[in-house]
Design a protein around this ligand. Structure first.
Ligand code: SAH
Length: 502
């Protein structure tokens, strides 16, 4: 990860002279070695893959969380490695023009947002650069540039799924909030700027309910207590909200009171976002039982105590039922933009056979099935395949077929069974961060689709896989980033590849 490119002499001298620790060399030619607890002054020159600031002292790389390109900062060395170190930001001496005051008061402690201190415009520019760097460095693509990132008009309140741990404050009162970065310490907070605004009201009602009924929060260390997590899901297109309490018991006391309190309250907050038009209302209240001593949030059993076992959402014209366990994209309005790009890049005329690999609950499969002759989806999680089949029925789409299993196994087996005659007009790939298995990419190339649409959440593995496919007769036509996770370092990309005809 660290980049150890040598600095020019003048840059070297500049960084050394900027160093305030007692080990700062009188002679610029003596390479100073940072040590733990040293304090330095540093110019931040770049951001690392997780949005951390990068500065250099004589070619030695320092990673500084919460620092931005263009900042001059005073830092303290926390941990050293052979060619890089981690440092803590102590003071911003000269702020970068990228800097903005984070809208959330706990942005720095909380593990959720890494870039709230950066203007949204610069976040998008940096994300585009990150993709371009990967395309060049990993993919060897010298002449391909990602398009400008499709961002959000209002990059807040976009998440449709929230998981709040429940615990105790130092004074013994029940709290909910978020884990501080890389820990299980709860930062008590009810109003998260990424979650749907209705969450603040819901958390307020549930903590009051627990207090009034003396229901204890779960304690991870002792494995005692009852309420572990509060999960909420909201359906942007319909306004339906699901509330689910995860408990370390067979029953939650006073469930009738909980239902009454939730239904009697108005969960609407004024801070409705431009992207969510529907007023939220509670459609489903569930209890999930998780008595295991584990970090996994959900247990296997879910009971409905009010309403339906699912909420209904739409992406475009396609309807989805979402249960507490369903996988579903977290940013509804950006997902719609992403899927519209997938549709545009797939360029369907109506007679095509499409293979949608890594299909999850069939969201892309069903979206494309509206315009294709047939769509085959492949997904490794059996429950997701069941959801995909149910969603196909729900939408009366009978031109889809779903296969359960690893894409690399399922597709090559189908290819072998067809005596190498299995063809696809379009293949869509949407793998997890580690990207596609090489065996799968080989089989996809053997199927000779005219177009491949690759949806990726990791620019590094994307660049690697695009390079592989380019070696198998494909070329990259367009790289379109979509910002699905505003304020974080993550970026989603959709790429159109065409078969080369020689
Ligand atoms: N296309 C879907 C889901 C994408 S997330 C959507 O847009 O909602 C990636 C999916 O790949 C997950 O559902 C994960 O379970 C699945 N997956 C991971 N490894 C896989 C493999 N080897 N073969 C098939 N699916 C896999």
């Amino acid at each position: 990860m660290p980049d150890n490119k040598e600095l020019s002499k003048t840059e070297k001298e500049k960084s050394v002279s900027g160093r305030t620790g007692k080990r700062a060399g009188k002679d610029a030619d003596i390479v100073p070695v940072c040590q733990k607890n040293d304090e330095l002054i540093l110019d931040i020159e770049d951001l690392g893959t997780e949005g951390e600031g990068i500065g250099k002292i004589q070619g030695y790389t320092l990673f500084v969380k919460d620092a931005l390109v263009g900042d001059k900062v005073r830092v303290k060395i926390m941990k050293t490695k052979k060619s890089y170190a981690y440092a803590k930001l102590l003071e911003i001496i000269e702020p970068s023009e990228w800097r903005t005051e984070p809208a959330c008061p706990v942005a720095r402690q909380c593990g959720g947002c890494q870039l709230q201190h950066c203007t949204y415009e610069k976040q998008l520019e940096w994300k585009r650069k990150k993709i371009n760097d990967c395309l060049k460095r990993i993919g060897g693509f010298e002449n391909i540039e990602a398009e400008p990132v499709i961002g959000m008009e209002e990059p807040y309140y976009y998440r449709n799924k929230a998981q709040f741990p429940v615990g105790y404050s130092k004074d013994g009162s029940i709290i909910t909030g978020f884990y501080a970065g890389r820990t299980h310490n709860i930062i008590p907070f009810k109003h998260c700027l990424l979650q749907h605004p209705c969450n603040s009201r819901i958390l307020g009602i549930i903590t009051r309910f627990l207090d009034e009924n003396n229901i204890p929060a779960y304690n991870e260390a002792t494995h005692k207590g009852i309420v572990r997590h509060i999960i909420t899901r909201t359906a942007q297109a319909t306004g339906e909200v699901m509330v689910c309490l995860v408990i370390n018991a067979d029953k939650l006391p006073a469930t009738d009171k909980l239902v009454q309190m939730l239904l009697e309250s108005d969960i609407t907050e004024d801070k409705g976002t431009k992207e969510s038009k529907e007023k939220p209302f509670i459609k489903s209240i569930c209890i999930n039982i998780n008595k295991e001593n584990t970090n996994v949030i959900l247990g296997e059993k879910t009971e409905v105590i009010y309403g339906t076992p699912y909420i209904t959402d739409y992406i475009g014209n396609i309807q989805y039922h979402i249960s507490p366990v369903s996988f579903y994209q977290v940013n509804h309005s950006q997902t719609e933009k992403l899927y519209n790009k997938v549709m545009e890049f797939a360029d369907l005329k109506g007679n095509e056979v499409v293979w949608d690999l890594y299909c999850g609950i069939g969201t892309i499969s069903l979206f494309l099935a509206q315009k294709a002759a047939k769509v085959c989806g492949v997904e490794i999680v059996p429950q997701a395949v069941e959801d995909a089949k149910a969603n196909a029925l729900l939408n009366n789409l009978d031109n889809v077929e779903f296969f359960s299993g690893a894409a690399e196994e399922v597709v090559s087996l189908q290819y072998e069974k067809s005596n190498s005659r299995l063809k696809a007009d379009v293949v869509t790939l949407d793998p997890p961060r580690k990207g596609c298995d090489e065996k799968l990419l080989q089989t996809v190339a053997d199927m000779q689709p005219a177009r491949i649409v690759y949806v990726s959440c990791d620019p590094a593995t994307l660049a690697r896989d695009l390079k592989y496919l380019c070696g198998k007769g494909y070329m990259v036509e367009k790289v379109q980033p979509v910002d699905m996770f505003c304020q974080s370092y993550h970026i989603e990309c959709v790429v159109k590849m065409q078969k080369k005809y020689i």
